[in-house]
Design a protein around this ligand. Structure first.
Ligand SMILES: Cc1cc2nc3c(=O)[nH]c(=O)nc-3n(C[C@H](O)[C@H](O)[C@H](O)COP(=O)(O)OP(=O)(O)OC[C@H]3O[C@@H](n4cnc5c(N)ncnc54)[C@H](O)[C@@H]3O)c2cc1C
Length: 412
């Protein structure tokens, strides 16, 4: 029984290992990889250290759509919990270590995770065809037919693990059209157009003066006054985006709302550890002690000085003004901006800057064993499925967990 796997990334490699461990003959397995190397994205994960999972594994760390999505998530979490994840890597001789709950290989090198997966695959004798960009899959006379630009391959089982090319590890435009090919093989196929997630958010305001600044803060994301999400941590600013982990964590909500044509705004709290009243007292105490100082001298040290300037200019205060000459409304506006700095969100960073995509093949389209409904023998894993996770090892968790299930199912 021939098993073809499309994509030698995190979920495709795991699917191959799982198929072998569940009895498939390795010489019957072939992985087709568009790139000339396996697992390029794995090497980039966790800033080269591979945050491969998390001690804290709860449904609230993931996003999916509909009842079927929640059911699948529940099954994944009960079938493959943190101990199973550690045991899986231990079985590959990778010892995991936890940093504040974030799991990494002990070496702190993503390359050791990739090497461990590939050593198991190569030792078993799985065939890998590199530079093989599959551009279509179909079913003919009960077998699957996979095509590249110049070759045609047949298989009894296919595991589609190609991801959506997030992070710039993209395959060329002439790669597979998942929606087209899978909908031809399944009457119940449903798909949510994927949007970039875990990425920066483009703002309409001119923020070039604060580009490069990093600061501790909080973000709350709104659409029509409805809170879409919030988070806290290190915020970053680029020439056109607000970024950093807290922004990544709410980016999928922004992307879906923008796709639905809704307005989206972000409110930043630049001093989250102080209430508005505490900040007011702090600033007025400073003013009382030094009434002849300029505003930037009064605010010095509260946050990054470039941000301080952005804020006082935003409150209509000039750097030359002495604080004793300032009307209290301007000081109140200043305090408001520190705690509720508003940005209009006009877009997300593009797919090549996103760590994952949110959306894809709806979970209602797949059976419990991750096979496509109405097309026995075709399985879907990883990023292609409409489940995505927060930052913190959750997306790789999904890749490993779905790869393990699909590989086991395909081996049966
Ligand atoms: C910069 C960056 C950092 C990240 N850091 C983390 C982290 O620390 N922790 C975490 O949990 N997640 C992280 N992620 C997300 C994580 O890497 C992905 O969720 C995960 O790799 C998805 O696995 P996958 O197998 O679905 O797809 P991929 O890993 O993208 O693998 C897909 C493979 O299929 C190949 N392919 C695509 N199309 C075809 C085709 N038509 N024919 C043949 N081959 C094809 C691709 O070349 C690729 O090798 C990060 C992502 C990025 C971009």
């Amino acid at each position: 029984m021939k098993i073809s796997i499309i994509g030698c990334g995190a979920s495709g490699m795991t699917a191959a290992i799982s198929a072998i461990r569940n009895g498939a003959d390795p010489s019957d397995i072939t992985i087709f990889e568009a790139s000339d190397r396996p697992g390029r994205k794995i090497l980039a994960t966790g800033n080269g250290r591979c945050n491969l999972g998390n001690e804290y594994l709860e449904a609230s760390c993931f996003y999916t759509y509909g009842k079927q999505g929640k059911d699948l998530l529940g099954r994944l979490l009960s079938e493959f919990d943190t101990d199973d994840l550690k045991a899986f890597f231990r079985s590959l001789d990778i010892i995991t270590v936890s940093k504040n709950g974030y799991l990494y290989p002990r070496s702190m090198q993503a390359s050791s995770v990739l090497n461990a997966l590939m050593t198991e695959i190569n030792d078993a004798g799985v065939g890998i065809v590199y530079s093989a960009l599959i551009n279509s899959i179909c079913k003919k006379d009960g077998r699957f037919v996979l095509k590249t630009a110049d070759s045609c391959y047949e298989a009894d089982r296919v595991i589609v693990s190609s991801g959506f090319g997030s992070g710039g590890f993209d395959v060329k435009a002439e790669g597979m059209d998942i929606k087209r090919d899978l909908s031809m093989m399944s009457d119940s196929f449903e798909y949510r157009t994927p949007v970039p997630a875990l990425c920066g958010l483009v703002v309409s305001e001119d923020i070039t003066s604060i580009a490069g600044v990093r600061t501790k803060g909080g973000i709350s994301l709104f659409s029509y006054e409805e809170l879409l999400g919030c988070d806290e941590g290190e915020l970053q600013f680029t020439k056109e985006c607000i970024s950093g982990i807290p922004v990544f964590q709410v980016s999928r909500q922004a992307a879906h709302a923008l796709k639905a044509g809704q307005p989206v705004s972000a409110e930043l709290d630049l001093i989250p550890e102080m209430t508005e009243d505490e900040l007011r007292t702090e600033i007025y105490d400073r003013i009382k002690a030094h009434p002849s100082r300029k505003i930037y001298e009064i605010l010095n040290g509260l946050i990054n000085d470039k941000l301080i300037k952005y804020i006082y200019l935003g409150a209509g205060i000039s750097g030359r003004d002495k604080v004793l000459d300032l009307p209290s409304e301007k000081i109140d506006m200043l305090i408001l901006l520190f705690k509720h700095l508003l940005f209009e969100i006009t877009g997300t960073e593009k797919q090549d800057k996103a760590q994952t995509m949110s959306g894809g093949v709806s979970i209602s389209s797949v059976n419990d064993d991750l096979s496509l409904k109405g097309s026995d023998g075709l399985y879907i894993t990883g990023e292609l499925l409409d489940i995505d996770g927060k930052c913190g090892g959750y997306n790789l968790y999904l890749a490993w967990a779905t790869g393990l299930i699909a590989g086991r199912s395909a081996a049966k």
